[in-house]
Design a protein around this ligand. Sequence first.
Ligand SMILES: [Zn+2]
Length: 401
Amino acid sequence: MTAKLFYDTPYAKEFDAELLSQTEHDGNYHIILDRTLFYPGGGGQPCDLGTLNGVEVIEVIEHREDIIHITSSPVEGKTIHGALNWERRFEHMQQHLGEHLFAGSLWNLYHIHTARMRIEGDNVSIDTDIPADMNAILEAESAANEAVWADIPVEVIFPDMAEIRELARKLPPENAIPPVRIIRVEGVDYVPCCGIHVSSTGQCGLVKVISCENHKGGSRIYLRCGRAAYRWLSSLWHEVRKAEAELVCGYDGINDKIASLKSQIHALKSQNEALTVRYLKPLAELLLGNAEICGQYRVIAHIMPNSSQDEIKHLFKLITDNDKDSIAFLAGVNEEGVFIMAGCNKENKNVDVRPAFRKAIEILGGKGGGSTFSAQGHGKNSEAVNTAVNEAVKILKDSIR
Ligand SMILES: [Zn+2]
């Protein structure tokens, strides 16, 4: 049986203990001491890490009455000096209390119940039983921070079950054996908990909501508290400083600058489109004038070097909008390969360009598809573009004769 020093002296960082047993399991060592400061994890709080006689502890678990310290090499000696990774433990204490302050506030203000909480790295995640809207979440965040600044003592008490049933935000599990450990923060929270906390709310430092998503009929809310919240705000500050420098404005002008840049991009796109149409129009007319007559249809096959997908699409539209009986087979070639577009005016129900298009795509070693009147795709084999277009047009002409 291991004495749980972590509950009696939650601020102690080092301890001495007697080695009770050390056994090898799958290349690791399971070490049991008569007493320990290493919290084995539980209630959403991860286990402590640190060293035993200088050997790294990689995990701590609870098994019946024992706390098992897992290491990857054996510990020497019968008397053990243990040292916690205090930075990690203290952050867990801050994060865990911050979670209580937030969940307690969410319950007090909106009667939204927390079904589960977990500390993972810098994040605390909380799952609620019903959806929590952002307004409720921010109100709870504000109340949690008011509790931090009021610097209220964090009490560990073992009341009788009648009091727990009356006052607790949630009831202990059915199989819990009294006395039940309750964490009480006067006016804010009263809840069964096996975790370790800072001793007053002020030491939590800050409770910051990061994000919220829908989860199993409720919400999953991500928080950061204490030093983890400070780290997050610090990195945010660095990012904002970069954006300020890039946009040449203060942080409160960033959104206006982005809106202005977006409208400039939109205007430039429209201008670019108008210019493209203007310079492609004479080409469309020339191609229509020189088209091969095939029964009632005018067949146009054209390869445009150094052209973009957008240019091919515009040229296609100019041709097929202009002449309802035109059938266009266009290929644009650039460093990325070949973009191919085949079709006719969509009112033309007697033409099916797909067999011809498929032949071209096969020769180009590409992918694509579409409808009877419009198909498009990409191919890598630029050298075969002439063959692809010629072979495809042959199939097309046979199909409309
Ligand atoms: Zn707790």
